[in-house]
Write a protein that binds this ligand. Structure first.
Ligand SMILES: C[S@@+](CC[C@H](N)C(=O)[O-])C[C@H]1O[C@@H](n2cnc3c(N)ncnc32)[C@H](O)[C@@H]1O
Ligand code: SF4
Length: 452
């Protein structure tokens, strides 16, 4: 693992590990979190924080089935008692959060998992009711995103989502080909995909995102581009293209499957196809319909929230929360018995436990700069240099002279106002992100025990 290598490793040397080192959807990664020496009171952690534009993430750790590629914190086929106990615990946690962290204004809500659409209609009503009652949250006032898998969607559930104000549905399609779904260890949902998409369109939810995965060892490039074309024909507002990672403890890892060597070609073919079909590339994975983006490439509907800058509060087991100087969350597990045990413990948490953080990561000034740099640079719009200077007092090229190498390798370009990845750099995003991790984060990640 790269974690033991020094921060001074050149990118050219780092590149020997290939373009697929890790997905930096946040920084630091949750495998860098550890138990705190003593529990931290949430009221104190949030006391000095800006609280007028927070992101609320609600984690629903339940699914119909466990997919072969998935290492997310989720439990398949839970009993109705487990689900209702979980929703009751979320309600208690929300009440305590409100007490511990007063005067909060949420500017965005995402409900993810797992598969939140696994919940029944009455469970969804419970969930939205508790968000309204305990946190005074109403979806009509802010952007609300909700994750679904095609087989769990029906018209009654979508109506409840729409009535609450959900305006973005993110659907895990993964592939339109039965053979490719099987090679990912995903049950065949082919028949439900088009039906679910039609229902989302009929009900009038504004934004539809489709997730696709490329690079199982049994997927051909032709079959992959067929799936991307099928997605483009539907013209969803957004498409996410995920390169397959075979992660420890997953079904695919257990049967010794490895990703295809053709992921770079698959990526390029899909990127070109989506650009031809009227999409703008916003990052290595993210594409959005061109008429919905501004000149800088970002959404014209972009909410007043920047993940590089603003805080996040997580509700539920497996959710993380971020203040500027401290990220925290619950322990992380993959194997089904430990996931079940962690969920049961969560449902039995005392009010005092909900009012404290037990495990996480403290970000010093260097880590805060890295977070801002990594999360900005990996977007096509790049790093806003004056904004960085305003936050951190000096140029990012002074704090991170190693960035110059990316420029020399023609992976990044600066016009003085922005540092942006080039087409080649975007292709290497999953190496550039981890290359910029601090030595401490790499060390902690490499020491994380993937046993449960
Ligand atoms: C939060 S997940 C789950 C969404 C939903 N539960 C579903 O499966 O339909 C979001 C996306 O991450 C992607 N993903 C998850 N694990 C992956 C892996 N090991 N390799 C590549 N992509 C992955 C999938 O495309 C998935 O839809
Ligand atoms: S990919 Fe989605 S449906 Fe499959 S196990 Fe993971 S969270 Fe559940």
């Amino acid at each position: 693992m790269l974690a033991t290598q020094s921060n001074h490793l050149t990118f050219q040397t780092f590149m020997q590990a290939g373009p697929y080192v890790g997905y930096s959807y946040s920084y630091p990664h949750k495998t860098a979190y550890r138990e705190f020496d003593c529990p931290r009171r949430l009221a104190q952690l949030w006391e000095a924080e800006k609280r007028d534009s927070l992101f609320l993430y609600v984690h629903i750790p339940f699914c119909e089935f466990r997919c072969g590629f998935c290492n997310l914190f989720t439990y398949s086929q839970p009993t109705t008692e487990l689900v209702s106990g979980y929703l009751r615990a979320i309600r208690r946690q929300a009440t305590i959060l409100r007490r511990e962290i007063p005067n909060v204004r949420f500017s965005r809500l995402a409900i993810g998992g797992g598969t939140p659409s696994f919940l029944s209609c009455s469970e969804l009503e419970d969930l939205f009711g508790l968000l309204g009652n305990s946190l005074s949250l109403h979806g009509s006032a802010i952007p609300v995103s909700f994750e679904v898998s095609p087989g769990t969607v029906d018209v009654d559930k979508l109506r409840i989502l729409h009535d609450f104000g959900v305006d973005r549905i993110s659907m895990g399609v993964q592939s339109f080909a039965a053979h490719d779904l099987a090679s990912l260890g995903r049950p065949n949902e082919q028949a439900s995909i088009l039906k679910a998409i039609a229902l989302v369109r009929d009900i009038g939810i504004e934004t539809l995102n489709l997730d696709l995965i490329y690079g199982s060892d049994r997927q051909s490039i032709a079959s992959w581009t067929d799936s991307v074309s099928a997605a483009a024909e539907i013209q969803p507002e957004e498409v996410y293209l995920y390169p397959l990672y075979v992660r420890p403890l997953t079904g695919l890892a257990n049967i010794n499957r490895t990703p295809s060597d053709h992921r770079p070609e698959m990526y390029r073919a899909a990127r070109d196809l989506l650009i031809d079909a009227g999409y703008t590339q916003l990052s290595m994975r993210m594409f959005r319909k061109r008429d919905l983006t501004t000149n800088t490439g970002m959404s014209s509907l972009q909410p007043d929230y920047r993940c590089q800058r603003d805080g996040m509060i997580g509700l539920g087991c497996g959710a993380r929360s971020y203040t500027a100087a401290c990220h925290y969350g619950t322990n992380y597990s993959v194997k089904q018995p430990s996931v079940l045990q962690t969920i049961r413990e969560y449902t039995q948490n005392s009010d005092s436990q909900f009012g404290h953080a037990f495990r996480g990561f403290d970000l010093d000034e260097d880590e805060r700069r890295r977070r801002f740099l990594i999360l900005s640079l990996l977007l096509a719009e790049g790093l806003d240099i004056p904004e960085y200077e305003q936050f951190f007092g000096s140029s990012p090229l002074v704090h991170f002279p190693e960035l110059q190498e990316l420029v020399e390798l023609e992976m990044a370009r600066s016009d003085g106002a922005r540092l942006r990845l080039t087409e080649l750099g975007i292709e290497w995003s999953d190496a550039i992100g981890p290359w910029l991790y601090s030595h401490r984060v790499r060390q902690l990640m490499s020491e994380f025990l993937w046993s449960e």
